[in-house]
Write a protein that binds this ligand. Structure first.
Ligand code: ADP
Ligand code: MG
Length: 255
């Protein structure tokens, strides 16, 4: 099967400061990649580069990023915007913060979904209710009718996750999606990501500082240290016979 996303020798710099060095990996439909590394190692930067949303003078200085065989770095903003909606969705580290404060959750969900497909409010509602329930919302209908300020931070985080998942994109990027959630909900999020892979053939990248989290979901693991790949391979191999001493350290820290 054809690669969906490929990083070929990709380096990223903010102004003159290179923070990601010559990264290579690729992902086919339905595959999951876990990117693991400590804070500041470049994980979010890699995801943002894949979305074409590097801010503050950040740019790809070397190599190329191919999405469905096409170089993202050469695309016009309009084309990138289409890909961001219909091709790639991202669950941000602070997913709740990307919600609009002045519209209800239901309005935002319906609007996002109808930007890329024809869907009635009722259909969007039904789909959202299914995911709300799986992500442990007590009263999905109340959430649908609420404004973000009426919900807790953790609830808004879960709404952000639901929103990204409802887009059913070919590629889902998740930036430490579960770090602020309690353990039961974390498990459910990982479970739902698995369901998307199985049901829709979604390819997924899950970024985390905790190698224990990727154990449950990744086909392949990439270990990042100070912007460089120190290990990349099949999850089972990386978890049971790591080659890099840094990976061994990370694994030793998992209870
Ligand atoms: P991680 O997600 O692994 O914690 P990041 O990708 O956020 O790491 O950051 C990697 C490096 O890039 C850090 O040194 C960080 O300071 C730098 N960096 C990230 N975003 C920016 C930015 N917008 N402007 C300047 N430097 C940045
Ligand atoms: Mg980050």
């Amino acid at each position: 099967m054809c690669e969906l996303l490929t990083f070929q020798n990709v380096s990223v710099a903010f102004h003159k400061n290179t923070v990601v060095h010559q990264v290579n990996f690729s992902l086919k439909p339905g595959e999951s990649l876990g990117i693991v590394g400590e804070s500041g190692s470049g994980k979010s930067t890699i995801l943002k580069a894949a979305m074409g949303i590097l801010e503050n003078g950040g740019r790809v200085t070397e190599g190329q990023i191919l999405f469905q065989g096409r170089n993202l770095c050469e695309m016009k903003e309009k084309e990138l915007r289409t890909i961001r909606g219909a091709g790639i969705s991202m669950i941000f580290q602070d997913a709740g913060a990307s919600l609009s404060p002045i519209r209800t959750i239901g309005e935002q969900i319906h609007e996002s979904m109808s930007a890329h497909q024809k869907i009635s409010r009722q259909e969007a509602f039904q789909k959202a209710m299914g995911l709300f329930e799986k992500l442990h919302f007590q009263n999905g209908e109340r959430v649908w009718n609420s404004y973000p300020f009426e919900l807790s931070g953790g609830m808004n985080q879960r709404v952000g996750i639901v929103l990204a998942m409802l887009m059913e994109p070919p590629l889902l990027l998740a930036d430490e999606p579960t770090s602020a959630l309690d353990v039961a909900v974390q498990k459910q999020v990982v479970q739902e990501m698995k369901r998307l892979r199985e049901e829709f053939g979604t390819a997924e990248i899950l970024v985390t500082h905790d190698i224990g989290v990727v154990r449950a979901m990744a086909d392949r693991i990439l270990v990042l240290k100070e912007g460089r790949v120190v290990e990349y391979g099949a999850a089972e191999k990386v978890l049971t016979e790591p080659e890099a001493s840094y990976t061994k350290e990370l694994l030793a820290a998992v209870p």
